[in-house]
Write a protein that binds this ligand. Structure first.
Ligand SMILES: [Zn+2]
Length: 273
């Protein structure tokens, strides 16, 4: 009996030693992996990123680029939803998916690549389309939403969900060489419905240059990092308009619509009066 106890204690010491060595190895890996951003963010900032739980809606053109940078930066948990499978015509811009992934679920293809890039990040995937009915459950306990969608129906559902949960929505959209980005903070800024009361009409297939997705997604990720780290000034009530063909950026001022049917600006104001 005493031998068993001794053996058990020895096992425990051995396991504790292994755990301590693993922790040490992990810390060494982290300080090396994130060296260039630790200079800016510090250990505390990096810890903040590691504790973050975020949601990226879409693993297409915008999602591919933003997911790579968010994973590389060391966000703790990234949940991704996309119901599509990889098609050949996606590959000019959806850089997370490769030729051999054609026919595969985009979320599975995305998870495989992202885990290879940074095994420390917890990648959760949902092969579902985003609707008014399921959006709250899909977003779950995420503390922010990255809009990497390609249609306004899903975007409006995300907008309402962000307002209900009082979490920010990082909007991005592309068309050809052009792109737009804004950061929506419920109760502080114009919401997506204030900016676009009706979905912009588009006939036929949307033209997209892959590099435009890179520009827009990179700005969205910069906004997410700034928000999490409480650094700089966000694109609040401002929209950046990227005109890639002429290499120009314009800034458009935004204002809440007091009659907005989604963010209730009108209702709130009437109540206060
Ligand atoms: Zn609104």
């Amino acid at each position: 009996m005493s031998r068993w106890r001794e053996g058990g204690a020895w096992d425990e010491r051995l396991k504790a030693g292994v755990r301590a060595r693993e922790r040490e190895k992990m810390e060494r890996m982290r300080s090396e992996r994130y060296r260039r951003q630790l200079i800016l963010f510090g250990e505390e900032g990096q810890k903040r990123l590691r504790s973050a739980k975020i949601f990226v809606a879409g693993a297409g053109g915008l999602g591919s680029a933003s997911l790579l940078y968010l994973t590389a930066a060391g966000i703790g948990r990234i949940r991704i939803a996309d119901c599509d499978t990889v098609e050949e015509s996606n590959l000019n811009r959806q850089i997370l998916h490769f030729h051999e992934d054609i026919g595969k679920q985009k979320v599975i293809s995305a998870k495989e690549k992202l885990e290879r890039l940074n095994p420390e990040v917890d990648i959760e995937i949902l092969a579902e389309s985003i609707t008014e009915e399921n959006v709250d459950a899909i977003v779950g306990d995420s503390e922010l939403i990255v809009d990497a969608m390609d249609n306004f129906q899903a975007r409006y559902a995300l907008n309402k969900c962000a307002i209900r949960k009082k979490i920010p929505l990082f909007h991005g959209a592309v068309y050809g060489f052009e792109g737009q980005i804004t950061t929506i903070i419920p109760e502080r800024t114009a919401c997506l419905r204030c900016i676009f009361p009706k979905a912009p009409s588009g006939a036929g297939e949307t033209p997209v240059v892959g590099a435009t997705c890179g520009v827009v997604a990179s700005i969205q990720v910069s906004e997410v990092l700034k928000y999490l780290l409480r650094r700089g000034s966000l694109l609040e009530n401002r929209m950046l308009w990227w005109d890639g063909l002429n290499a120009r950026i314009e800034e458009i001022s935004l204002r809440r619509n007091p009659k907005c049917e989604d963010c209730g600006g009108g209702a709130l104001r009437a109540f206060r009066l």
